[in-house]
Write a protein that binds this ligand. Structure first.
Ligand code: ADP
Length: 280
């Protein structure tokens, strides 16, 4: 299966989230049956990130959005597990601080985009400004409705400057969210994850659906695509996301940089040292 094309939102296409099966798992029946394929993808991701780090020319920005308990943290664990921490960073976004709110809405995001050779994962992203902000009327419609185009322009500028962008919407259904809320209540080690907003946002389910669908339709572009990832099964979500990251990084045709030294000369100097130290 071509995961990249299967889950990519085609530019300007209407997405109906309720028609997309959040429990989809392709031909796999369980986490166990997908383990080998996932491990292979993780290994490939490790190699590609190493190459990106070594090449030092391009960067990768991964944006994660989803409803509460959709699995943003779990996805980050999975992706980071594959990567060298020196070349990878996670940036979360909460309610803007006074300083952030005093700037244009993209300011705080722009400050955190990856530098060349680096991967950055946005745990929530600039899309909050057309999601929570829209659902709760934190700014008037005349302001948020212009943001789709502003976001597209921002992302175009980033990609033109070597930042590769992948955006994942983690799609869970309403039953799965309730089950995950329950699991959090039942497990004392997960109590810290429970937030008041999980419960206050749930009644706005349909308004969020509309906001997500608009975001997907208006901001999935050829240069910065959105992917709707079926995420009821965490293992399938991880598998699909690793495939997509790999397909995408492979398309960059990255290359190791030329050595800064003459390798033949260095090799003979190495042998000289070995011979001298062995008394030859
Ligand atoms: P998380 O759920 O990401 O683990 P929190 O529970 O602290 O972390 O949630 C962060 C909160 O910040 C969310 O409710 C989110 O909607 C809110 N938030 C993020 N960005 C913005 C924004 N631009 N404007 C208003 N609220 C925002």
């Amino acid at each position: 299966m071509d995961y990249f094309e299967q889950f990519r939102v085609k530019p300007d296409s209407k997405v109906k989230l309720e028609k997309i099966d959040a429990g989809f798992k392709n031909t796999h029946i369980s986490a166990k049956s997908a383990r080998k394929e996932t491990e292979e993808q993780v290994e490939k991701m490790r190699e590609l990130q190493y190459l990106m780090y070594a090449e030092g020319k391009r960067s990768l920005l991964i944006c994660l959005q989803g409803r509460d308990a959709a699995g943003k943290d779990g996805t980050i664990n999975h992706v980071l597990w594959a990567m060298n921490p020196q070349g990878c960073k996670v940036q979360g976004f909460k309610v803007p601080s006074a300083e952030e709110a005093a700037h244009d809405f993209l300011w705080r995001y722009h400050k955190s985009v990856p530098s060349k050779g680096q991967v950055t994962i946005f745990n929530r992203s600039h899309y909050e400004d057309v999601l929570v902000v829209r659902v709760h009327n934190l700014v008037p419609k005349s302001v948020w409705s212009k943001r789709y185009e502003q976001i597209n322009n921002f992302e175009k500028m980033l990609t033109d400057n070597g930042t590769h962008i992948l955006k994942f919407y983690l799609h869970i259904d309403a039953d799965e969210q309730l089950e995950r809320f329950k699991a959090r209540i039942d497990d004392p080690t997960k109590h810290w994850k429970i937030s008041d907003s999980d419960y206050s946002e749930r009644p706005h389910w349909d308004e969020y659906t509309k906001a997500f669908e608009n975001m997907l339709r208006k901001c999935s572009t050829d240069y910065a695509p959105w992917f709707v990832i079926p995420s009821n099964h965490k293992w399938f979500r991880n598998l699909a996301i690793s495939h997509i990251i790999n397909t995408s990084l492979e398309s960059l045709k990255m290359k190791f940089p030329e050595p800064k030294v003459d390798i033949n000369e260095i090799r003979s100097r190495y042998h000289e040292i070995v011979n001298r130290e062995n008394g030859n």
